[in-house]
Design a protein around this ligand. Structure first.
Ligand code: GLY
Length: 340
């Protein structure tokens, strides 16, 4: 099984992709210290138990699943517990869950005593191929997603594809949306292989997507340019996510990114991306009010005055990053979004 290296100088770390890795966790993480496992109630408890049973001094925090947990309240709760448990600089935090848990636990680890060791054990396909790697940690505040956070690299990322057996189909598809994002913008060979329906085992998909992520992050850790490519589909996607959160049938993050990617692609690339999204039962259109969409777009923290930085794909395996006005973004969405 592959072990990939995120090469970031003194902040470099290994990414282990291995079926059954959770069963040999004690060989992968030094657990002879206080270990705080942060997880949520949606993650099968057996995954945390496998880790906790190997720790010399185990501690567990189990949160409510969902984006609401990425709050100042839950962040302060974790810090309070670490003080109460007597954590010091030599102890560590292990996130066991999806992107929300990784972002929140990572931010707590990044800031407690100016930073203690952080390990990520992602349990969704989306977090395995994207959010667990690259050091973005954050919480939401005052209605802004990820507005308070830091770049704080984990000490190691441990990906056990066996955990995907318990993942709901809809959540699996969300991970596929992020994989399609990586391939469409940056890796034509992998896109073509997936498109031509060649069977790709999930471990290979994870490895190929992570190779894209590693290449991008190692060239631009702090997102001053190239790393923005990973936001393909996310500007409109985040806006749809906020709008849909207030409806009776909210879409999941990856589903919003799927629709967002179609809005920002053109020509044959758009057709090919759509074919792949449909194959994984991801949405390819969305209906909402124009007013609500524009109002959340204007709230985007990537906004500079009335323009937003967007990633466009007109040819698979390549991309352009440009500044667009809200009106231009809305007009790009024609044929994908029905704005009432
Ligand atoms: N998920 C986007 C990034 O890591 O930059």
């Amino acid at each position: 099984m592959p072990q990939l290296l995120m090469n970031l100088g003194e902040n470099s770390y290994d990414i282990v992709i291995e079926k059954g890795a959770l069963n040999r966790i004690a060989e992968l993480i030094p657990l002879n210290r206080k270990v705080l496992v942060v997880t949520d109630r949606g993650v099968p408890a057996e995954y945390s138990k496998k880790i906790l049973s190997k720790c010399a001094y185990p501690f567990l925090i189990k949160l409510k699943p969902g984006e609401e947990s990425k709050s100042p309240k839950k962040y302060l709760y974790i810090l309070k517990k670490m003080i109460e448990f007597g954590f010091d600089r030599h102890d560590c935090v292990v996130a066991v869950g999806g992107g929300v848990i990784g972002d929140l636990a990572g931010f707590a680890a990044a800031t407690y005593m100016r930073g203690i060791d952080f390990y990520n054990v992602p349990t969704t396909l989306l977090s395995q191929v994207d959010s667990s790697v690259g050091g973005k940690t954050a919480i939401d505040f005052e209605g802004y997603k990820n507005i308070v956070g830091s770049f704080y690299q984990p000490k190691k990322v441990i990906i056990d594809p066996d955990v995907l057996k318990t993942l709901e189909k809809r959540q699996f598809a969300c991970g596929m949306a992020e994989i399609i994002k990586m391939f469409a913008t940056y890796d034509r060979d992998s896109f073509d292989k997936l498109y031509s329906n060649k069977k790709m085992p999930v471990e290979e998909l994870i490895e190929r997507a992570l190779k894209v992520k590693i290449d991008v992050v190692s060239k631009d850790e702090k997102e001053s340019g190239l790393r923005r490519v990973l936001n393909f589909g996310h500007t409109v996607g985040h806006a749809i996510e906020s709008v849909s959160a207030c409806t009776s049938s909210p879409l999941l993050h990856g589903e919003c990114v799927a629709v967002g990617m179609l809005c920002m692609s053109g020509g044959d690339a758009k057709k090919q991306i759509k074919t792949l999204l449909e194959r994984y039962n991801l949405p390819t259109s969305y209906k909402c009010s124009k007013e609500s969409l524009v109002s959340v777009l204007a709230h985007d923290k990537k906004s500079k005055k009335d323009t937003v930085s967007v990633v466009k794909v007109n040819k698979i395996g390549s991309f352009e990053i440009i500044e667009e006005t809200h009106n231009k973004i809305i007009s790009d969405c024609k044929g994908v979004l029905t704005l009432l």
